[in-house]
Design a protein around this ligand. Structure first.
Ligand code: CA
Length: 227
């Protein structure tokens, strides 16, 4: 999951970034409303957190423009305390949800998980591919009866693949959804992570769920279900 945080108060932006990175999200933060469109055009964000009072352009205006331009990712508005009118206007301008400041980071991450579910093909909290189950709330994976512990980036990579079961996902799509703007291009990071994920998920099982699609990328799914 890759998140764009638009917040001009540096301490607030940093708190949000830390909280979301602990949840394994890839996070980019910017502080101006009039830069949002450029950023969403350059990377496929899964969700946007949007402050209302921003230099350059207000969050409400940003929200309206994003929807007009056809961007459909969930937008969560961050409003000042008791600003009821902001909430109403935010939802009217195309936002999906709002959160009143100050908020607990746990509440923010719970809202994000709920919005991510709304976008996915399934409403269930757990992601399931064949006998592999991933729980976004606990970050635990299970294959058959085996519990699998994952590091933050392994989790993020597996989640990105499991949200697109059976589809080929390219290296650049993986980078876009799992890493932030600081990813070093040309590095072998993805291959390394895929290798470790394979060991954890496929070793000891006759059916290998993670497949390499030569020249294109990777796919997760039961290969016997393909014709
Ligand atoms: Ca602000």
């Amino acid at each position: 999951m890759r998140v764009l945080v638009v917040e001009d108060e540096p301490r607030m932006a940093e708190l949000i970034r830390q909280g979301l990175e602990e949840e394994t999200y890839a996070v980019d933060t910017i502080g101006r409303g009039d830069e949002v469109l450029t950023w969403v055009q350059s990377a496929p964000y899964d969700i946007i957190l949007l402050d209302i009072m921003l230099p350059g352009m207000s969050g409400l205006e940003v929200c309206r423009i994003l929807r007009e331009e056809g961007f459909l990712m969930p937008i969560l508005i961050l409003t000042a305390r008791d600003a009821l009118l902001d909430k109403v206007k935010g939802l009217d301008s195309g936002a999906d949800d709002y959160l009143v400041k100050p908020f607990a980071i746990e509440e923010l991450t719970a809202r994000i998980r709920a919005l991510a579910r709304r976008e996915g093909p399934t409403k269930k909290a757990e992601l399931v591919v064949a006998d592999l189950v991933l729980d976004p709330a606990t970050k635990l994976a299970r294959r058959g009866s085996r519990e699998i512990e994952l590091t933050a980036k392994e989790y993020a990579l597996l989640e990105t693949m499991m949200r697109r079961p059976g589809q080929v996902i390219s290296r650049s799509q993986i980078i876009d959804h799992v890493w932030d703007m600081e990813f070093v291009s040309g590095s072998k990071l993805i291959e390394v992570y895929i290798h470790t994920l394979r060991k954890k998920i496929d070793d000891g099982f006759p059916v290998k769920l993670i497949q390499t699609v030569r020249g294109m990328g990777y796919r997760i799914g039961d290969p016997r279900e393909r014709h």
